[in-house]
Ligand binder design. Structure first.
Ligand code: ASP
Length: 448
């Protein structure tokens, strides 16, 4: 039994939905289908979810919204027409839009009801299409499927009781088409996951029905060893472990929603990332445990937007509680730290700089000076983090040497090195402007 999730580009228009239909037809094990809202049809197009957010904002702030409403309806009616579906499908979607606009509650809850229209309509359209194709397909609302979540609008968390209910879906005959991205609270209120959350639904269903595989269909053949915008035609990754996937996605591999792997991971369900436009390609398999013999470095991830705060104080190593006090200041100021490499008399704290305004910087620096009596404190913005990732790192001699030589060859100064205690990755901090050339050099050393 497989769970297949189709992302926004896979359900963006009628042509894509026909491909989805064929993929479902070609494997009777694909019994549970999770869909996103229609995404972009071409670059510059707008995702239906973004259209819905625009519509909801206009509607609830009392400004003209009719044009936006028509645009949303048109996206669906076009697909319905091209797929030659019964007009009752459109009527059903229109009714649903109307009732979503009149939901009561907080603004966030009202917005959630509107945001969910995209996925819900995709699921209705796909099940009508499959039925026309002679496949016994059933639109299954997340509440019916058993997806019960916390009442946190825009950030729902699955409640543990859901999984037993979802398991009972196994007993039913047919193909179930479930809209992604939302569930229901115990009180029966619709609540969405965070953006990109259809991946989460797919993973929850896969864990619930104890699927033999969770297939995640997108628009690339596989996950690549490095960002294709930096290195042209990089090698594909055939197999990854969950841990490696996590490390890669932390630093820029935006293949999966961060939280999505958790439910599948707990049940040790293999995840396969596949291409709707080329379903014959094997894709990338993400598994709990990998054969030891495979290549030691699987990928190189990178991300900009980091900041490092450096403090030094003579005899820091003897001062009990120094690290805690420093991190406490970060906690008080609401800054989540990412890494904290330390030396004998110094320590750095690395964090994302998106919320670190000049004003915040002032507060943090002054508090550190006053409360910790340090010798120096300095801030380094515009840092990029590069992660060399692979389960094999732990048993392989010379990886660090190979990596540092690659930086030297590219004439890039390493500002910081940190080998995570998991030993699944090695992290390097460099100036953001040096990132691309460092990545290219690392790629040549590890993959060519
Ligand atoms: N449609 C939602 C979004 O754009 C969820 C998803 O596609 O996964 O965030």
């Amino acid at each position: 039994m497989k769970v297949a999730k189709f992302g926004g580009s896979s359900v963006a228009n009628a042509e894509q939905l026909v491909k989805v239909g064929n993929i479902i037809k070609n494997d009777p094990n694909r019994k549970f289908i999770v869909v996103s809202a229609p995404g972009k049809r071409f670059s510059g197009d707008t995702k239906v979810t973004d259209m819905l957010i625009g519509l909801g904002n206009a509607y609830h702030s009392g400004v003209a919204y009719e044009e936006q409403l028509t645009a949303v309806k048109n996206r669906f009616s076009e697909i319905i027409e091209e797929l030659k579906l019964n007009q009752s499908v459109l009527a059903d979607i229109e009714r649903n839009i109307k009732s979503a606009l009149s939901v009561e509650g907080s603004l966030e809850s009202k917005m959630d009801a509107i945001k969910a229209i995209g996925e819900d309509s995709s699921a209705k359209i796909l099940s009508a299409y499959l039925t026309n194709q002679g496949i016994p397909a059933f639109y299954t609302n997340p509440q019916e499927a058993g997806i019960i979540v916390s009442d946190e609008p825009g950030n729902a968390q699955i409640l543990p009781d859901s999984f037993d209910k979802i398991y009972t879906l196994r007993e039913k005959e047919g193909v179930f088409i479930i809209p992604g991205f939302f569930g229901y609270s115990t009180e029966g209120k619709l609540v969405t996951f965070s953006r990109g959350g259809s991946d989460i639904t797919g993973s929850i269903i896969a864990a619930g029905v104890k699927a033999e595989m969770y297939e995640n269909f997108t628009d690339v053949d596989s996950v690549y060893t490095v960002n294709p915008n930096i290195v042209a035609n990089p090698k594909a990754i055939t197999t990854l472990s969950y841990k490696e996937m996590r490390e890669l996605s932390y630093a820029g591999f935006s293949v999966f929603h961060d939280e999505a792997l958790i439910p599948a991971f707990r049940e040790k369900i293999p995840v396969c990332i596949k291409n709707t436009n080329n379903p014959k390609a094997p894709g990338t398999l993400v598994v709990a445990e990998k054969e030891a013999s495979e290549k030691c470095v699987v990928g190189i991830a990178s991300d900009t937007g980091f900041c490092s705060l450096y403090v030094s104080k003579f005899l820091m190593n003897r001062e009990i509680g120094f690290g805690r006090k420093l991190l406490n200041i970060f906690e008080d100021e609401g800054i989540s730290f990412e890494h904290a490499p330390s030396g004998i008399d110094d320590m750095s704290v690395i964090f994302r700089d998106n919320k670190f305004t000049a004003e915040k910087e002032n507060i943090v620096v002054n508090r550190i000076k006053e409360e910790l009596h340090v010798d120096t404190v300095s801030i380094h913005r515009d840092l990029a983090v590069i992660m060399v990732v692979g389960e094999g790192l732990v048993n392989t001699i010379g990886v660090a040497e190979k990596a540092t030589s690659a930086f030297a060859k590219a004439n890039v100064n390493i500002e910081m090195i940190n080998q995570g205690s998991s030993e699944v990755s090695m992290m390097f901090g460099v100036n953001a402007s040096d990132m691309d050339k460092a990545i290219r050099s690392l790629y040549t050393s590890f993959f060519e």
